[in-house]
Design a binder for this molecule. Structure first.
Ligand SMILES: Nc1ncnc2c1ncn2[C@@H]1O[C@H](COP(=O)(O)OP(=O)(O)OP(=O)(O)O)[C@@H](O)[C@H]1O
Length: 248
């Protein structure tokens, strides 16, 4: 469904993503993991086109999307969350959910107020996520975990085919983490394909069908959680061994 081919993103001399190639199969939950600075978020940014790749290709359902503007990528069915919530504090949750989904180029910013269809759709998504009780709460009153759920709700407004989740369980307490895991599974059961960046290895290993491991901007291993867990390159990467190999 999603094909990333030889993707590169350079910042001056820094090769944040350096020829990464991997696929995400339709209907899968695929994890993108790797040590700090491996290039995962930069890869996400290039795939969702919030950053322009230096080179390489991204294909969604047989169509090249790496040259599109971000809202066009969303319109093609790919949506993503950010590590840091895009919550607009002076709006309610339901307003946030609708407005964030409307930021589709300049036109989106000038649209009139929410329609009743949009409100109904947003409410049904909040209901699915079990957070209708905070629908009319101001964004600045939300807990960190509630913001994560609100961001997930905003992402679903665009009826995506594939969602990219950047550390959905980062910094949340264990019970909310289980709730988020349940939502991801439920969305996947409904047919949504999921690509997830997450540092919580236990969560990744039990949630993912496939794991793609990055280190130093490159994909060093991809396979089922069991295969990846035992791969010596992956163990090396997490222990800093890759650096030593390259220096040798
Ligand atoms: N805008 C930028 N300008 C310069 N360097 C950057 C920029 N964004 C990322 N980098 C560098 O690119 C490399 C990859 O960063 P990235 O955030 O993609 O890694 P990551 O795998 O997501 O890390 P983490 O798990 O810590 O979030 C790092 O060395 C980082 O410092």
């Amino acid at each position: 469904m999603l094909e990333v081919k030889n993707l590169c993103k350079h910042f001056g001399g820094i090769k944040a993503v350096d020829g990464a190639t991997f696929t995400v199969e339709r209907g899968s939950i695929t994890a993108l993991i790797g040590p700090n600075g491996a290039g995962k978020t930069t890869a996400f940014n290039c795939i969702s086109r919030t950053a322009a790749p230096s080179s390489g290709e991204v294909w969604l359902d047989g169509e090249r999307i790496d040259h599109l503007r971000p809202h066009k990528v969303t319109a093609k069915g790919l949506s993503r969350t950010f590590q840091i919530s895009r919550n607009l504090g002076d709006m309610t949750v339901i307003e946030n959910v609708i407005v964030q989904s409307k930021v589709d180029g300049l036109r989106g910013l000038f649209r009139p107020a929410m329609t009743s269809e949009e409100k109904d759709k947003a409410m049904s998504i909040l209901d699915f996520l079990g957070i209708t009780r905070i629908a009319h709460e101001d964004g600045h009153n939300l807990s960190y975990g509630q913001k994560k759920l609100m961001d997930l709700a905003a992402l679903l407004m665009s009826d995506p085919k594939i969602i990219l989740l950047d550390e959905p369980a980062g910094g949340v307490n264990p019970s909310l983490m289980e709730e988020i895991v349940g939502h991801i599974r439920a969305l996947n059961d409904k047919g949504l394909t999921v690509l997830i960046v997450e540092h919580n290895m236990e969560l990744i290993m039990r949630l993912s069908h496939k794991v793609v491991v990055m280190a130093h901007g490159k994909v060093i291993c991809a396979g089922t959680p069991d295969v990846v867990r035992k791969d010596p390159h992956v163990l090396d990467a997490y222990l800093g061994g890759v650096l030593e190999d390259e220096a040798a």
